[in-house]
Ligand binder design. Structure first.
Ligand SMILES: Cc1cc2nc3c(=O)[nH]c(=O)nc-3n(C[C@H](O)[C@H](O)[C@H](O)COP(=O)(O)OP(=O)(O)OC[C@H]3O[C@@H](n4cnc5c(N)ncnc54)[C@H](O)[C@@H]3O)c2cc1C
Length: 513
């Protein structure tokens, strides 16, 4: 009999599968889609030879995480190849100003001295602060919450940095990105440079908890750069699959689990959509917690999962380009991510509109230029552009611009994508003429690929404080355990949340004896 049956082949399911199969467990992964990887998938979705990361593209979390540390040699011999970038991100503003963050601290200070001189000292201080806090913050991401180990780690932090700094750290965890950036920066450009990172998750600038991501990602980009997958993010998925297969594990795509079989409050296997019953000693669900009540026949223990809330929606626009965009500051061509938000008040308005069901007029754009560091993703001289639109309504009630009348993504996604491209023209004149082909993936398309992305929520559940840290996903389902014996959970709906890190896969693998 299978030792461990894993429902879903997301980064966390595959990480758990690779680690457990390497320990000698008999692993079976069942995936409903036609390909493995969940929100990590690369395809020539526009034109032949143009490789697009359909969803996630930035693999930095995985490259610096615990699964990589445990399986490095196996993954590399299975073909994993990373492409590092020392120019991770920039923010571009409507008046042509740009702040680009590289891995060269001195160069960043020179950039800030030019664009935002009053913020140079603060940037230096925050750089030092990350250096001081990193040894305490990063290990927490790999620790079960709540746990004795986490308490011990907090105690050690307190011993090292003292009461006042520990309280300041807790304050940072609770702060909004607006409060954080107003505390540290003078210039609207520097504030926006940091605050946009909160919007990668679902932290509008006024949501408590956004400061941590604005701080970690903006300064972390300088310290660690960014990591992409060579030829596409699926180099990571392919290598994890190979590690599982090499260790006698099995993976089956196109198999949807419709029920988790439970006997005497113990998970004993699953039922698939074709009526197949597959028995197993342990079941790991790499499934959005909000979908578990359905797989467990609405058992009373699952009731609280119905309160697990999604984050706001995301849309992806993939472009095959004749050349890189002619940004209003040409230096933007060198960076992996170009952020066009543009300022904090725009982020706040976009967030409020999307939360209220309105299509934002100028949503925040995260524009990936992977071919800058990895030319293998397109034919010689050509490029792909990865455009993530943050944030969008879960249900469309109207249009903040009063132009689009449809309420259904299938009806309006191309029209909305036209709006994004028009907005982009202001930052990259002539972009439209460079587009060889375009593919739009609306929030509902995202959910069609991967049911975990409920209504296009890219995060597998909102990351607001009430369902983050030791509360993820809900109080009765923490620590990757469940009220049902031998049933475990991992994935972005569990701690440490969204991102291509594999952290919850690693933690859940340690629970299986
Ligand atoms: C558009 C987009 C862009 C992103 N960009 C980045 C980025 O650049 N960097 C980053 O770090 N993170 C990014 N993220 C977030 C990151 O990709 C996700 O948080 C992460 O990949 C989720 O992994 P997971 O383990 O939760 O599984 P998922 O990716 O959700 O995969 C779970 C799998 O389970 C399958 N499944 C679900 N139910 C069943 C069932 N009943 N039967 C069988 N199979 C089932 C699904 O089909 C899916 O393949 C992005 C996400 C999106 C959507």
């Amino acid at each position: 009999m299978t030792d461990v049956l894993i429902i879903g082949s997301g980064i966390n399911g595959l990480s758990a599968g690779a680690l457990l199969s390497k320990q000698g467990k008999k692993v079976l992964v069942l995936e409903q889609a036609d390909a493995f990887g969940g929100a990590v998938r690369t395809e020539e979705i526009t034109l032949p030879g143009f490789k697009h990361d359909l969803f996630a593209t930035n693999l930095s979390l995985f490259a610096g995480g615990g699964v990589m540390a445990s399986l490095k040699d196996d993954l590399i011999s299975a073909g994993l190849e990373f492409v590092p970038s020392d120019k991770p991100y920039c923010s571009l503003f409507p008046d042509g100003k740009m702040i680009g963050i590289t891995m060269d601290r001195q160069k960043n200070l020179e950039t800030l001295a030019r664009v935002a001189p009053e913020d140079v000292e603060s940037w230096k201080e925050l750089t030092n602060k990350l250096g001081q806090l990193a040894p305490h913050l990063f290990p927490i991401l790999g620790t079960e919450l709540p746990s004795f180990a986490a308490l011990k780690s907090l105690f050690k932090t307190w011993r090292k940095i003292g009461t006042e700094e520990t309280l300041n750290l807790i304050r940072l965890l609770l702060q909004s990105s607006r409060a954080f950036t107003e505390e540290h920066f003078e210039h609207p450009e520097t504030k926006a440079l940091a605050a946009i990172w909160g919007m990668h998750l679902d932290y509008g600038p006024d949501i408590s908890g956004g400061a941590l991501f604005s701080f970690l990602e903006s300064i972390g980009g300088q310290e660690f750069g960014m990591v992409l997958g060579k030829g596409g993010a699926n180099t990571l998925i392919n290598s994890l699959v190979k590690v599982i297969e090499k260790n006698n594990g099995q993976l089956r795509s196109g198999v949807r689990v419709t029920e988790i079989l439970v006997e005497s409050n113990k998970a004993v296997g699953v039922l698939t959509s074709t009526g197949e019953r597959i028995m197993a000693k342990n079941v790991i669900a790499n499934v959005n917690p909000a979908l578990l009540p359905n797989l467990l026949h609405e058992a009373p223990e699952t009731k609280e999962l119905n309160n697990f809330r999604p984050g706001l929606g995301t849309m992806m626009i993939h472009l095959a380009l004749d050349q890189l965009p002619e940004w209003i500051d040409p230096a933007a061509k060198e960076f992996n991510y170009v952020h066009i938000a543009p300022y904090i008040d725009d982020l706040a308005l976009t967030y409020a509109h999307a939360a209220g069901g309105m299509l934002p007029t100028t949503p925040a754009l995260v524009i990936g230029q992977p071919t800058v560091s990895d030319p293998t993703r397109a034919p010689a001289g050509k490029h792909v552009l990865w455009i993530q639109v943050r944030v969008l309504p879960l249900e469309i009630r109207g249009d903040a611009s009063g132009v689009i009348s449809g309420k259904n993504w299938d009806e309006i996604s191309e029209q909305y994508a036209d709006r994004i491209i028009e907005n982009l023209e202001k930052y990259a004149p002539g972009l439209k003429q460079l587009i060889l082909s375009r593919k739009v993936l609306s929030p509902v398309d995202l959910e069609r690929y991967n049911p975990n992305l409920i209504k296009g929520d890219s995060l597998g559940g909102s990351h607001h404080p009430a369902q983050f840290f030791f509360l993820r996903p809900t109080p009765g389902w923490i620590r990757h355990r469940t009220p049902i014996k031998s049933l475990f959970i991992c994935g972005s709906g569990t701690w440490p949340g969204g991102g291509v890190g594999g952290g919850s896969g690693l933690m859940v693998s340690k629970l299986i004896k």
